[in-house]
Design a protein around this ligand. Sequence first.
Ligand code: AMP
Length: 379
Amino acid sequence: MSGPILPGATLGMFGSGQLGRMFALAARRLGYRVHVFSPEADSPMGHIADREFVADYLDLDAVREFARSIAVASFEFENVPAATTEEAANFVPVRPGGHVLAVTQNRLDEKGTLARAGLPVTPFTAVRSIDDLLSGLVALGVPAVLKTCRMGYDGKGQVLIRSLDEAIDAWTALATDEAILEAFIPFEREISVVAARSLEGDFRAYPAFENAHANHILDVTLCPARLTQPVLDEAREIARSIFEALDVVGVLCVEFFVAQGGRLLINELAPRPHNSGHLTIDAHVTCQFEQQVRAICGLPLGSTEQIRPACMVNLLGDLWSGGEPDWSAALTDDGVRLHLYGKSAPRAGRKMGHLTVLADNLADAERRAFEARAVLRRA
Ligand code: AMP
């Protein structure tokens, strides 16, 4: 096998949003060059990249030109078409591989693969017709959640079904020919484990992050998660099994529900760094984006040790409703770290940035992060 891809080389990324931007910042710090490919011009990652390739993902001539300009490719958006990564893989390694992308692009394939590997997933069934839905509701019980298999994120493409009477409306609303029905889990907490695996098979996981969502969008992340050590250890070991079962080289996030009694159920996978891992930029020895650079380049992985308790709060476009947020007010607390993604249009629900606060304890970090976000909003 050839050696690692060393600083000075050019790294390629499919997708140009904030995850790509933070990857590019980490890669640049390590002395790499970065090229980005996406259909969007003037993008969050494009602002940081050495070169921005703007083309449709299925423009394979453009994909070839991009692939010839880089030493390795990764993706920060999991809905990149398979044909795109397959074409790139004719020229350079794509990490994680297209097989990981394929499994995580379809919720049924994802849950089916994990269940066959003996891993704990939310009870589910495939739905391709209203009859499937009705029998699924009888088998799993209500409430249940019906989700599109593809392209769902931040709660888009999913409907909560509270009774059998709601089945027809839910099936019509989803307007799809393939869906997954999941038992509704009355979870006590939601957590995520972001981890990395190197070419040699070294596995490093961050301590689990505890997540709270608002309107299905991640709102707050705390680390360390407020769970017992055995539950945290089990989450890490499940993540390790997933990396091995899928042969992941790179970074991947496993989202879990923690049900009654600390029982862990896998909700979904993201084959890339994750919003819940943003606090690693400030709170951990190696951040998730540097870890992604190291993993895809074949370098040794960095320490995932946490330096101080931390809280991250997302900044959505809604905060701009009264005009430009009051950045100075939030930064009055000198422990607040502000991260903005360079997006010019602050639409409601759009992730524009985040704040991270490190403190001596989690409660203090959380309180100060909420206070800093509250003073941002102008009346
Ligand atoms: P997802 O897009 O699957 O990550 O779902 C977004 C959010 O919806 C999750 O983080 C949960 O808060 C909620 N959710 C999704 N599926 C379920 C489920 N089966 N039971 C309970 N809550 C769910």
